[in-house]
Structure formats: C-alpha cells, structure tokens
Design a protein around this ligand. Structure first.
Ligand SMILES: [Zn+2]
Length: 169
C-alpha cells in the first residue's frame, strides 16, 4: 500500500476533501473510513462529489443496521423482551448535506462498522435505560454497567470497575 499523495486514490480523495460539506478531510478519516472509500473507488471508480452523499448515507445506514441487529439481539436475549428500535434514515436533513442516520436520536457519523458499533451501543444503552428502566449490559464479574469503547480499532464493552474489556456482539 502506498502513502504517496500522487496515486489515483489520493488524488480522488483530495477532490472529495475539497468539498467541506462532505466532511471527508483525509487528516480525520479513520482506517475504516479509508477502507470504505477504497472499496467505493474499486466498485464505482472516481465518483464525482455530487454523488458521494448518497453513497455515504447508504453506508451509514448499512453499518448502523448491522450494528443494531447484533446489539439488539444480545439485549433481547439478556432482557428477555423485544426491543422496538430501528435506525432512522433521512436523506433530506437541514444540518447535513449527506443526510442523517440516527439510532434513538444518536447520530451515526461513522463509515466503518466498529466505529458505528460504539455509537449504536451507546444508543441501545440509552434506549434500554429509558424504556426498560434497567442497566444493560453489566459485567458478570463486577456487576456494574459496561461502557462502549473503541480499543485497538475494535468496539468493546469496557468495565471501569475491573479495568478490563468484554467483546461486543
Ligand atoms: Zn468487570
């Protein structure tokens, strides 16, 4: 893999970065987001900026849905009741030209699955706290609430009481 600024991928990235409303400044893009952009270029070529918001919205909706499906299943299993929670996707959005993907009011901005999972996990926790009036999930060893975190590029449940991580579904 090259890090040269002159290869076609980086040239295209520079074009996208020139459109501030896309929010694709290479300095702030995660490895997951870059991997997705590379996949977009491989599949569709050097997509012109006006067509990028639709692809970003689709991608955010997809990573949010995948993360929510896994977390919802885990919460339903633990709580023993169904969670009425779906991603809210809006193509037209007053404050963001790339549209809006949200879970229980929490904006999913990530383009990568692990980063999206952290946001969605936070939203599921808030939903469970509001609607089911319980703390989920809890550490089986320390019996305290767990916190979603990105550790070594993976979404994990972090236990502050024990200073350890548990895998996220
Ligand atoms: Zn623990």
């Amino acid at each position: 893999m090259t890090t040269s600024g002159n290869d076609p991928f980086h040239t295209w990235l520079a074009v996208l970065a020139g459109e501030p409303e896309l929010g694709l400044d290479p300095a702030w893009l995660s490895d997951e987001a870059l991997a997705w952009l590379r996949a977009v270029r491989d599949a569709h070529g050097e997509v012109a900026p006006p067509y990028v918001p639709e692809l970003m919205l689709e991608r955010r909706a997809a990573v949010a849905e995948t993360a929510l499906a896994a977390l919802r299943a885990a919460a339903e299993r633990d709580l023993g009741s169904p969670l009425d929670l779906r991603p809210e996707v809006e193509a037209e959005c007053d404050y963001d030209t790339t549209g809006s993907v949200a879970v229980f009011g929490e904006q999913v901005r990530a383009l990568g699955p692990e980063e999206a999972k952290v946001t969605v996990a936070d939203a599921v926790q808030t939903f469970v706290a509001h609607v089911h009036r319980t703390v989920w999930p809890t550490c089986p060893d320390h019996r305290t609430g767990l916190h979603p975190e990105l550790t070594e590029r993976r979404a994990v449940w972090h236990c502050r009481a024990g200073g350890h991580d548990l895998p996220m579904p």
